[in-house]
Write a protein that binds this ligand. Structure first.
Ligand SMILES: [Zn+2]
Length: 199
């Protein structure tokens, strides 16, 4: 398949996948290419994600690029103006209005690159991701390596004390590798309360 970006005007591209699939790395790679070409670039991330460094988007592989933590979508929109390429990392954590904000930026001529988890640990679509994926001109769904079987992983397994997290647990827990694993469909395990809640 040949991918041809528009010759004029903006567009939206989404990089999604489970944890440890290299989403941030891929976004940073694209942002750096644009930066080298002399384009005005900026990366935003939600302020809740401060696991490494408040000023950096940090991938698990240690590739980093400066990012601006924002507390709201309104702040993101205000600070994005004047940039030709706008990256949004951990986009799944933003409220639903991030979709309209991303589209507005693209309508105004910006290339918007949104990276985030497509599914939460229950394997449910995560926050604004379904709408972003629907509106995007380009979508890349990255895979990780299943921690259990070594196959291609498309889901994120949340573990609490080494066991599958309860379905009713909080969706948003920003954490490190001891709490999450990438898993394939076959190896992903539902929490023990999942059957009760689904019934
Ligand atoms: Zn597996």
């Amino acid at each position: 398949m040949i991918r041809v970006p528009p010759h004029r005007g903006g567009w939206l591209e989404v990089v999604c996948g489970p944890m440890f699939s290299g989403k941030s790395e891929e976004m940073i790679r694209r942002m750096r290419r644009a930066e080298i070409a002399g384009q005005r670039v900026v990366i935003f991330k939600p302020r809740i994600d401060d696991r490494f460094d408040a000023e950096d988007v940090v991938s698990h592989a240690g590739v980093r690029m400066r990012a601006v933590p924002v507390g709201s979508v309104a702040e993101l929109s205000a600070r994005a103006s004047g940039h030709e390429v706008v990256g949004i990392d951990e986009v799944q954590f933003f409220e639903a209005t991030v979709v309209g904000a991303a589209l507005a930026l693209a309508d105004l001529g910006a290339r918007v690159i949104a990276a985030g988890l497509d599914l939460d640990f229950r394997r449910l679509p995560f926050g604004p991701m379904p709408d972003l994926l629907s509106h995007a001109e380009f979508v890349d769904k990255l895979q990780a390596v299943c921690h259990r079987c070594g196959g291609p992983a498309t889901t994120t397994q949340r573990l609490v004390d080494g066991r599958p997290a309860p379905y009713a647990g909080d969706t948003i827990v920003v954490g490190a590798s001891e709490h999450y694993e990438a898993r394939c469909r076959d190896c992903h395990e539902a929490g023990i309360d999942a059957v009760t809640i689904a019934a």
